[in-house]
Design a protein around this ligand. Structure first.
Ligand code: SF4
Ligand code: SF4
Length: 441
């Protein structure tokens, strides 16, 4: 694609990077076929190619964002299916991240939208605040229908609908410390305990620590780590996202210096995509560029790490039919496709893949709150495809997808690590029926 930026504009490294990305696009439109918003809405401006044109026009003319571009960029899930499809290697992720930051800097949203976004950015990345908000949400549940009738209050209704009926107690295992591996030491890793996931389902990290330590891996929970920054990054709040990234880079750099790390284990693929991008996000900061690139290179989804690990034979082979839902951040963001399925199959599960596996479930960070109508359409389509597999459990590697799919599916939705842990001697995951267990030989 031809571009027309002035040399003054290209002196801004963010614009220069976007210009490099834009020039790779050849307008072929292959990406439209796999874009969930184009498939749902049928509007070219809600396709990757349409959004690329809108972003190009905004950046080239150096103008502030307007209502039209904000509407179409806000509808983008950042699912990155377009990057998987694109034959020209267009890095849509970095382009839309830049557009979102530009929108945040130059566009004044309506008051209620501003308030909702400010509240999400204030609450979600902080487990204590999030836990308190979920307790408050119980009081608001009777008013969901009322909120959903008023367009400006729909995000509040969606938030209340997604809030779980009960909140698990916080896990002591997620506190800073070291969990020693059992037997011969096979490795040393840090784990990102994260933010929202540690409140909604602390058992995911507990289970990961338990399985890794049983396999002989020492697991460090470094003091000072926190939210990965993805939630605010996707809202265009660059300073907040970079502050989170620097905080984590500092925490993990100390852990590397104090004993080395083979990997930084991440159990939410949405976070994994962002941590793997820290090297890019902090490339212009001389104090952090090198350290951030080292951290990104060490970041591994837990299934990516286990797939390269010399796994023993499972303790039991459950024989349960599992529908594997590959989160967008797993398959498109990190290109982790075969590892979770192969691990589940090796552990004795019968793995089925739903149709249209490339399409997002509509969770996408805060998308199911801020764009609840499109999100619900995508969720229902996803659940129909999952239920058509005939599986009795859904496995996936991202808390957002778990919450989203579980809100409409008729079967349990569990993190992949819980099924693996079960097969390797851990407890049966909550909600998974005993009848499905076929005893090992
Ligand atoms: S990130 Fe997803 S929703 Fe956004 S343009 Fe690409 S395919 Fe479409
Ligand atoms: S597939 Fe790639 S090159 Fe083709 S229009 Fe989409 S982004 Fe551009």
């Amino acid at each position: 694609m031809q571009t027309n930026f002035s040399s003054d504009q290209l002196a801004d490294p963010h614009v220069a990077e976007s210009e490099r990305i834009l020039r790779k696009c050849v307008h072929c439109g292959f990406c439209t076929a796999t874009c969930p918003t184009y498939v749902t809405l049928g509007n070219e401006l809600d396709s990757p190619r349409g959004r690329i044109y809108l972003i190009k026009d905004m950046l080239e003319n150096g103008r502030p964002a307007d209502k039209e571009i904000v509407t179409h960029i806000d509808r983008c899930l950042s699912c990155l299916a377009c990057m998987t499809t694109c034959p020209s290697g267009v890095n849509y992720m970095h382009l839309v991240d830049h557009a979102r930051a530009h929108i945040q800097e130059t566009y004044r949203r309506p008051p209620l939208d501003r308030l909702t976004r400010a509240m999400l950015a204030f609450v979600l990345p902080h487990p204590r605040r999030f836990r308190a908000a979920l307790k408050l949400a119980k009081l608001g549940k009777p008013f969901i229908g009322l909120f959903e009738k008023v367009p400006a209050l729909r995000p509040l209704g969606a938030m209340l609908r997604l809030a779980p009926a009960s909140i698990p107690t916080a896990s002591p295992m997620a506190s800073p410390g070291i969990h020693a591996g059992q037997g011969v030491k096979k490795g040393r890793v840090a784990i990102l305990t994260g933010c929202a996931q540690s409140v909604l389902d602390p058992a995911i990290n507990d289970t990961t620590i338990s399985l890794l330590t049983r396999l002989g891996v020492e697991v460090v929970v470094p003091p000072g780590e926190g939210c990965c920054g993805a939630l605010v990054h996707h809202m265009g709040r660059e300073e907040a996202a970079l502050a989170s990234a620097r905080q984590n880079v500092d925490a993990w750099t100390r852990a590397i210096d104090q004993g080395g790390l083979d990997a930084i284990i991440i159990t939410a693929s949405g976070c994994g995509t962002t941590v793997k991008d820290y090297g890019f996000m902090l490339r212009l900061d001389p104090a952090y560029a090198g350290k951030a690139a080292r951290v990104s290179a060490l970041a591994k989804d837990v299934t990516e790490y286990l797939a390269a690990f010399d796994m023993p034979e499972p303790v039991r082979k459950p024989g349960t039919v599992v529908a594997y839902h590959s989160a967008c951040s797993m398959q498109h963001g990190q290109k982790i496709i075969r590892q979770p399925k192969e691990l589940l199959a090796k552990a004795g599960f019968i793995v089925r893949e739903p149709r249209e596996g490339h399409l997002c479930c509509g969770s996408a960070g805060t998308y199911n709150i801020l764009q609840s109508e499109i999100s619900a359409k995508l969720r229902d389509r996803k659940v129909r495809n999952i239920e058509a597999t005939g599986a009795s459990i859904v496995a996936t590697g991202n808390i957002g997808c778990i919450t989203q799919i579980a809100s409409a599916a008729s079967m349990p939705v569990v993190h992949t690590i819980k099924l693996l842990d079960w097969a390797y001697g851990g407890p049966r995951p909550d909600g998974v029926q005993d009848e499905s267990l076929i005893a090992a030989e």
